[in-house]
Design a protein. Structure first.
Length: 276
């Protein structure tokens, strides 16, 4: 792995988040690069290649207040989005995603008879664990916060009766297409209520956000904020089903199974690319 890989870029971003949070907004680019033990030129190159904007501009997206600004400026009303046909089959914003949900019977059987292939892959947000059935990607997670073994166990126990085969080469085309913004199929494995929540998440454009309350309203359960939050947290296909775009009503980040630093980095990455 070269130091220009997407995973290396994300590691730099993750470290930069910690430095920015500790030092505050007055931190200059040169000082930030020094704290990262990098030259300003190298720091500039890594940031620009990862997201396409300068480190100074990107630093604005990484601040803790960015989520609140997103909520004020790019708040997607999911009811309108769903009525406009932005969910379901067809093109979904920055990715060409088509999806199919496992039948309730198959879900109840815990994936019995289902063959799932899996592997670890380089991604713009660090090493990614991906899983796929013959119908498409059914699982994606990240290991930096919890470790590779725990991340694997987390996804495997969702379909405890499925057969798992480590075969990254078999599913690499799906994963490369997903992170490259090309045609990608998803196979959603969840309870009916969860599927509704994930469908709503798929309607949020890249660079935009919504609230847990709006998701509850959009799926016809306005009082089910807590249940919606649980379903968002159980999303098995991180990033592609964009649970990172769901915020609290007050603009707080809420939770994120794969780490709040990664959630902030994803929001910043998408916001910067949207404004390019």
């Amino acid at each position: 792995m070269t130091d220009l890989s997407p995973a290396y870029h994300y590691q730099v971003i993750a470290r930069a988040l910690e430095v920015i949070d500790d030092a505050g907004p007055a931190l200059t680019l040169d000082a930030l690069a020094q704290r990262m033990n990098m030259s300003p030129a190298h720091f500039q190159r890594v940031f620009s290649q990862w997201v396409g904007v300068s480190p100074k501009r990107y630093q604005q997206y990484l601040t803790l207040g960015h989520a609140r600004r997103l909520l004020a400026d790019r708040h997607t009303l999911l009811g309108t989005a769903l009525e406009s046909g932005l969910s379901g089959t067809g093109r979904l914003h920055d990715l060409f995603l088509t999806w199919e949900a496992m039948s309730p019977g198959d879900y109840a059987r815990g994936g019995e008879g289902l063959e799932i292939k899996w592997g670890w892959f380089d991604s713009p947000f660090g090493p990614a664990l991906a899983m796929a059935t013959h119908k498409g990607i059914c699982g994606m997670g990240f290991a930096d916060e919890m470790g590779a073994e725990v991340a694997l166990e987390d996804l495997v126990r969702r379909w405890s009766r499925a057969s798992y085969i480590e075969d990254p080469m078999a599913i690499r085309p799906l994963v490369d297409a997903a992170f490259g913004g090309q045609a990608t199929a998803l196979h959603l494995v969840g309870a009916p209520f969860q599927i509704k929540v994930w469908e709503a998440l798929l309607s949020i454009p890249s660079g935009h956000v919504t609230t847990y309350a709006d998701i509850a309203d959009a799926i016809g359960h306005p009082a089910a904020h807590r249940a919606v939050g649980t379903a968002v947290g159980r999303n098995p296909i991180s990033f592609l089903i964009p649970c990172h775009r769901a915020l609290r009503r007050d603009g707080g980040l809420g939770g994120y199974r794969w780490g709040l630093s990664r959630k902030r980095a994803m929001l910043a990455w998408e916001a910067a690319r949207t404004e390019m």
